[in-house]
Design a protein around this ligand. Structure first.
Ligand SMILES: C[S@@+](CC[C@H](N)C(=O)[O-])C[C@H]1O[C@@H](n2cnc3c(N)ncnc32)[C@H](O)[C@@H]1O
Length: 186
C-alpha cells in the first residue's frame, strides 16, 4: 500500500479526528485541491452532514469528486470559486473552515486580500465556529511570515484555541510531520 492509499484508509481520519473534526459538523474546505483533507473529513462528519469543497481549479475538483465517487462518499458539495475573496455561502452556516496550505505568499501575497478572505470566513462561521489553519510556506524568507498571519487572524476576531503538534499531514504529494492551529470565532 503506498502513502496515499494509507492516508485515505487510515491516517487521514485518525489525524483529522485529533484536530477536532466530529460527526455532525458542517465544514468548508477552502482551497481544497484534490481533497486529501476533504475526503477524510467527509467520512468523519458522516453522510448526513455536508462538507463544501471550494477551489478555483476545476481539474482538482474533478479529481476530488471522482475519488469521492469511487469511495462511495456522497456528502461533498463542489463549489467552483467565483472570486478570490468572497465565499458563496450563507452567514453563520458553517462549523469549521479549513485553510490548509493556502494562506501564504503564493496564493495570498496581498494583505488586503488576506484580510477580506478572513472576514468572509468570519461571516460564514457560526457563533464560536472554528478556523483550522495548516501553516505552510510561512518562513522568514516569505511575506507574509508566520507571525504576520497569526496576527492577521487575531485581528480578524479569532482567538487561538489549540495547537495540535505531531500530526501526520499530506503536503505537496508526500507525507510530513506538521501542526495545525485552531482558532475560535469570537
Ligand atoms: C497547495 S494547494 C492545497 C490543497 C489542500 N488544501 C491541501 O492542503 O492539500 C492550494 C489550493 O488552493 C487553491 N486556491 C488557490 N487560490 C484560491 C482561491 N483564491 N480560491 C479558491 N481556491 C484557491 C489552488 O487551486 C489549490 O488547489
Amino acid at each position: 500500500m503506498n502513502n496515499n492509499d494509507k492516508w485515505f484508509k487510515y491516517h487521514g481520519e485518525n489525524n483529522l479526528k485529533r484536530v477536532g473534526f466530529k460527526k455532525g459538523q458542517t465544514v468548508l474546505d477552502f482551497g481544497c485541491g484534490s481533497g486529501v483533507y476533504t475526503i477524510p473529513v467527509a467520512e468523519i462528519i458522516g453522510e448526513r452532514s455536508l462538507i463544501y469543497a471550494l477551489d478555483k481549479d476545476s481539474m482538482e475538483l474533478e479529481r476530488l469528486m471522482s475519488r469521492a465517487k469511487s469511495m462511495g462518499i456522497t456528502n461533498i458539495v463542489r463549489l467552483d470559486a467565483s472570486s478570490k475573496t468572497s465565499i458563496a455561502l450563507n452567514n453563520e452556516s458553517i462549523d469549521v473552515v479549513l485553510l490548509y496550505d493556502i494562506l501564504h505568499y503564493y496564493y495570498y501575497p496581498e494583505k488586503h486580500e488576506r484580510r477580506k478572505l478572513l472576514s468572509e470566513v468570519y461571516r460564514i462561521l457560526k457563533p464560536a465556529g472554528m478556523l483550522s489553519l495548516y501553516p505552510t510556506h510561512l518562513d522568514s524568507s516569505n511575506e507574509p511570515n508566520f507571525s504576520d498571519v497569526k496576527r492577521e487572524i487575531e485581528d480578524a476576531d479569532f482567538c487561538l484555541e489549540q495547537e495540535i503538534r505531531g500530526l501526520q499531514m499530506m503536503h505537496d504529494g508526500g507525507s510530513e510531520k506538521g501542526k495545525v492551529i485552531n482558532y475560535r470565532k469570537i
